[in-house]
Design a binder for this molecule. Structure first.
Ligand code: NAI
Length: 458
């Protein structure tokens, strides 16, 4: 039996970050991973999606360029694109392995189960071994949810993992779920040439995200203009010979499809972990922890398996915090205040938000400033004026929320995140000189609008 101070189960953005930080802090650590280092995000999530998003970008901007007098007729070599995706993922995965090795972390391949407090059994094709540790960190992530009547088969019914392997570009792709994954993947397959229909149960897109009604309407219009058909208020109920049966307020109908992507959420990976055996509680599938990530004495859980936002950066943040806590248990907790977690959604246009959702801020009577990209010089120069920036402030004038819809929204949200985290006021944003002509001027203009001093907007 191998003995170590800390055993981490799962090598995704939560687990590998915790392991590296523990190693850097001089704490002996073993990381157990049943698949590939990097987890869902690196291997079958954030990274390949963004690689596909970037690769297909010229296809998504053909019309904007045509208006400028530049005509593009891109040819897609799907085999080369697949190879490129795996090169990107492979390079980053190799990097994670090196970072862990540099920090002195021992990586064990296999599937771990808790068999008692601080004791793991690890099964690998080569055999079984035991690990005894003073502390165990669970960072096992999550898995796409299947719909009854629509089991994943990788051929006709895809999970996001299947879709990211780019098995083919179907003539007709039906996406079930107008959430983050459905819209990101629907966008890239549309760019590649599929006729895409998105079926969403609720009456709006991205219902779980907190984007404002106005922001959602901007996105809906843009997706429709790209030729993505949106079926809101429609429940996918099962497979038919030629597609999927959906139920709407008007009854049921069949939507034909050559491939079906089911993107209706993810569930935490808890099965077979043995958490109950060591006294940890599981609620609605998630491992229950206290604010310091402790699930039971000597047992911690971080990332998707613990719940909250299922986001890689939230998982990594928890990885850093848990490592510091384990390395110095008596030190005061590092992240006393709840962290400010931005969200970034890679549709066209991108959507990003942080803090109090804008519609919630309005409902609470907080002040909100809005600036449409149609009034931004840089947006005109780039041919992309569909979008906006919104910012909300509390009674003391502090920035509490922001929403970006438009080009580079995923990057722009960083300034607002810092403003909220640092307790900055909207006045501070308004007094900061922003380079012209750039997209960050949108936040500055929204701040000016909130203060009743709009410059380029009405
Ligand atoms: P989601 O929860 O964002 O969206 C699922 C959607 O499916 C919901 O809108 C729901 O109403 C709909 N739905 C459920 N059952 C349905 C049915 N039978 N018929 C039609 N619609 C149905 O889940 P998603 O997109 O799978 O993402 C999973 C998680 O991964 C989320 O927590 C998300 O935040 C995270 N993620 C975040 C990314 C980002 O921030 N860029 C990228 C990828 C994933």
């Amino acid at each position: 039996m191998e003995r170590t101070r800390v055993a981490i189960v799962g090598g995704g953005p939560a687990g590998y970050v915790a392991a590296r930080r523990l190693g850097q802090l001089g704490v002996e650590a073993v990381l157990v991973e049943r698949g590939e280092l990097g987890g869902t995000c690196l291997n079958e999530g954030c990274i390949p999606t963004k690689a596909l998003y970037a690769a297909t970008s010229p296809l998504g901007h053909r019309e904007a360029f045509a208006r400028m007098g530049i005509s593009l007729s891109p040819q897609v070599d799907a085999a080369r694109l697949r190879t490129w995706l795996s090169e990107v993922v492979g390079a980053l995965r190799g990097g994670v392995g090196k970072l862990l090795a540099q920090a002195g972390v021992d990586v064990v391949s296999g599937e771990a189960t808790l068999v008692g407090p601080g004791r793991l059994r690890v099964r690998a094709p080569t055999g079984e071994e035991g690990i005894a540790a003073d502390a165990v960190v669970l960072a096992t992530g999550s898995t796409p949810i299947e719909l009854p009547g629509l089991p994943f088969d990788g051929e006709r019914v895809w999970s996001s993992t299947d879709a990211l392997l780019l098995p083919r570009v179907p003539d007709r792709l039906l996406v079930i779920g107008g959430g983050v994954i459905g819209l990101e993947l629907g966008t890239v397959y549309r760019r590649l040439g599929s006729a895409v229909v998105v079926v969403e149960l609720l009456d709006r897109l991205l219902p779980g995200v907190g984007v404002s009604r106005r922001g959602e309407a901007l996105l809906r219009r843009a997706l429709a203009a790209q030729g993505i058909e949106l079926r809101l208020g429609a429940r996918a109920e099962g497979l038919t010979a030629d597609g999927v049966k959906i139920r709407t307020a008007n009854g049921t109908e069949e939507v034909p499809a050559d491939a079906i992507l089911v993107a209706v959420g993810r569930r935490p990976n808890v099965d077979g972990l043995g958490v109950e055996a060591v006294g940890a509680r599981v609620e609605r599938g998630f491992v229950v922890t206290d604010d310091g990530f402790a699930a039971a004495p000597g047992l911690y859980a971080i990332g998707d398996v613990r719940g909250g936002w299922m986001l890689a950066h939230k998982a990594s943040h928890e990885g850093l915090l848990v490592a510091e806590r384990i390395a110095a248990p008596s030190a005061p907790p590092a992240g006393e205040a709840a962290p400010v977690i931005p969200q970034a959604i890679f549709t066209q246009p991108e959507v990003a938000l942080v803090g109090v959702p804008i519609d919630e801020a309005t409902a609470q009577g907080l002040r909100v400033g809005r600036f449409p990209l149609a009034a931004l010089g840089r947006a005109w120069a780039q041919g992309e004026i569909g979008g906006h920036v919104q910012v909300a402030a509390d009674a003391a004038g502090k920035v509490v929320g922001a929403e970006f819809v438009g080009p580079h929204a995923s990057d722009l949200v960083a300034e607002a995140t810092l403003a909220i985290q640092a307790g900055l006021t909207v006045r501070a944003l308004a007094e900061t000189v922003h380079a012209h002509p750039t997209f960050p001027e949108g936040l500055w203009e929204a701040a000016l609008a909130l203060l009743g001093r709009p410059l380029h907007s009405g």
